[in-house]
Design a protein around this ligand. Structure first.
Ligand SMILES: [Zn+2]
Length: 592
């Protein structure tokens, strides 16, 4: 392999040392030395990593024995066999995306071959690079999902999927094929090193008198300036092909440390530090996933920090706000998670179940089909983030719409897992004077060991319930519509609707839709006018027993004054088939 230039000297730039001359590919001697140095320093000196990511001696049921440096074959071994001869056998785990490439997998048929030993060349390029990296780091064992879980055994798959939390928490280091979109991509990418490290430009700043900001004008003095991509971590790691996959989110958060093999360079991430080949000592603050501006919405790093912080208090009472911050981060994490792709639609709850267990162990909270019991009243009025479908790359302009509903039953309609689309929650901190106007009386959910839930889950809601029809469509864009809604009791309201799936008919053709308001708030002044708003669920009759409904979306109504919506808080006349109970004020209905 071409070794490229080997100067790799560090240059000083306003408190940061950086390497200006990288090699022309990403698994050079320099990048391998960089990974070894970071791992050795992390294991030996990082206090945060020792406290929160201490080495566990737990071993997965099966691992790949990568053997020695010059060996050209590897074999599948049982963790219990290794434990018999060694009390401390660290293993490396791989995060990768399968893509459409057909690669060697562990099946009932290939098990004897993999156990007796298989030539490295018979494995995919990504697996071969993972084997070399494991040996290079001085370790003997490697865990790869598709080679360590029997892919054609539902029982083995279910059992091993339930241990994913331990697999990633106990690994010595996670190696991530971050830049590859399938198993053939490998870790090695050619790069133009001149575009990666900061480079100097002579700036003369012409026509700065057009710049309105005098402080900015003052800063633009002629001279030598460093230029570089400001958001290189976000572009190369967060938005890389691998991190668009749902399974990978928990792998990355649970691992004590991760090496990201991205397309332009290798990145390091552990509990205490982020670094990369260009900034091997530490990342500048402006690009770090812990502190950069963009990290507020792509925040797996801050979620992990908050999880660790709450864990560190153990049985003691954590400082005020710690739990609330963790839950707020979780909401954002779910937004990221629901934007990611899944190969098997039935994995929606499974691919996040390890993080759910982590949260449960720290908060003691109960998980109900995608919601925390203590938070469900705030969150079950989630909404599809139609505006982010283009942004997250789920659908490039002009491409086909992603299929919004799973082909098999996966979750009740009131759960965000009932749609394939990205979702977000209404943030209660954005509102003043917020109150909940419905009450969740009962949630019936059975969660299986794999994280999936049993069909038949339902939620019993005590709420105001208004039937009506659309009298005028004002605006329509993907799943969002602004309509005038005519209630059966004669009142009209202008409402924003957000559907949970693409409609297969024009919105104005929908008949007999129900509004179930869930929260009201006074949002303060908007363009010098006060705004009173109500949000809630958009329902349709499930056409089964009395009072059974399905969620089809959410609505929001904003008016200048509370008195404009007094009719919302009056029980309309409902036929007996439309509810289970009526207390003279609100109806009790079941949502499935
Ligand atoms: Zn560390």
């Amino acid at each position: 392999m071409n070794k490229g230039p080997q100067t790799n000297e560090r240059t000083e730039m306003t408190n940061f040392k950086f390497v200006s001359q990288l090699d022309n590919h990403t698994i050079s001697k320099y990048s391998r030395d960089f990974i070894r140095d970071k791992l050795a320093f992390c294991l030996g000196h990082h206090e945060a990593c020792a406290n929160y990511a201490g080495r566990s001696k737990w071993l997965p049921r099966r691992v790949i024995d990568v053997g020695l440096e010059d060996q050209d074959f590897v074999r599948l071994v049982n963790g219990s066999e290794i434990a018999e001869v060694s009390s401390d056998a660290p293993y490396v785990a791989l995060s990768h995306t399968w893509g459409s490439a057909r690669v060697m997998q562990l099946t009932k048929e290939t098990m004897p071959l993999l156990k007796s030993g298989i030539q490295c060349q018979q494995l995919s390029r990504t697996f071969q690079h993972a084997i070399h990296t494991t040996r290079d780091l001085g370790f003997r064992y490697l865990w790869i999902d598709s080679l360590c879980i029997v892919q054609d055994s539902p029982d083995d798959w279910s059992e091993e999927a339930s241990k994913m939390q331990d697999v990633y928490k106990s690994t010595i280091c996670n190696i991530a094929a971050t830049g590859g979109s399938d198993s053939k991509a490998g870790f090695a990418f050619l790069r133009d090193a001149r575009n990666i490290a900061p480079f100097l430009v002579q700036a003369t700043w012409k026509d700065i008198s057009d710049i309105a900001d005098p402080i900015m004008q003052e800063k633009l003095v002629p001279g030598l300036y460093y230029c570089m991509d400001f958001d290189f971590w976000r572009d190369q790691v967060e938005e890389a092909p691998l991190n668009q996959r749902a399974w990978v989110l928990q792998e990355r958060i649970l691992s004590p440390r991760t090496v990201h093999f991205a397309q332009k360079q290798v990145f390091w991430q552990c509990r205490q530090q982020e670094a990369c080949e260009t900034f091997p000592d530490a990342l500048p603050q402006w690009s770090s996933p812990a502190t950069a501006l963009w990290s507020t919405w792509t925040n797996s790093t801050s979620f992990r920090k908050q999880l660790d912080e709450l864990k560190s208090h153990g049985q003691n009472i954590a400082p005020p706000g710690t739990r609330a911050n963790l839950y707020a981060s979780w909401d954002k994490l779910l937004k990221t998670y629901t934007s990611c792709g899944l190969t098997r639609q039935e994995d929606k709850f499974v691919a996040i179940s390890s993080l759910v267990k982590e949260m449960q162990s720290v908060t003691g909270d109960e998980w109900l089909a995608g919601f925390w019991k203590t938070q469900i009243i705030k969150h079950f009025c989630w909404r599809v983030e139609w505006e982010s479908i283009y942004l997250t790359g789920m659908m490039a302009q002009g491409e086909r719409l992603p299929i919004s509903r799973p082909s098999c039953w996966r979750a009740p309609s009131w759960s965000w897992a009932s749609t394939n689309l990205p979702v977000a929650f209404h943030q209660d901190t954005m509102y003043n004077d917020l109150s909940y106007v419905s009450e969740i009386k009962e949630v019936e959910v059975t969660t299986l060991k794999s994280g999936q839930i049993e069909e038949g889950s339902s939620l019993l809601l005590r709420c105001f319930l208004h039937a009506g029809e659309f009298s005028r469509l004002e605006k329509s864009d993907l799943g969002r519509h602004t309509v005038v809604f005519r209630f059966n009791h004669g009142n009209y309201v202008r409402a924003g609707l957000c559907f949970d799936e693409y409609l297969d008919c024009p919105v104005e053709q929908l008949k007999k839709v129900y509004f179930a308001p869930t929260q009201q708030s006074f949002s303060g002044e908007l363009r010098s006018r006060s705004v009173f708003s109500v949000v809630g669920l958009l329902l349709k009759s499930a056409g089964e027993e009395n009072g059974v409904y399905e969620r089809i979306g959410s609505f929001s109504v904003a008016v200048p004054s509370r008195s404009d919506l007094t009719f919302m808080w009056v029980a309309g006349h409902r036929a007996e088939t439309e509810f289970e109970e009526f207390d003279g004020n609100r109806y009790t209905i079941r949502i499935i």
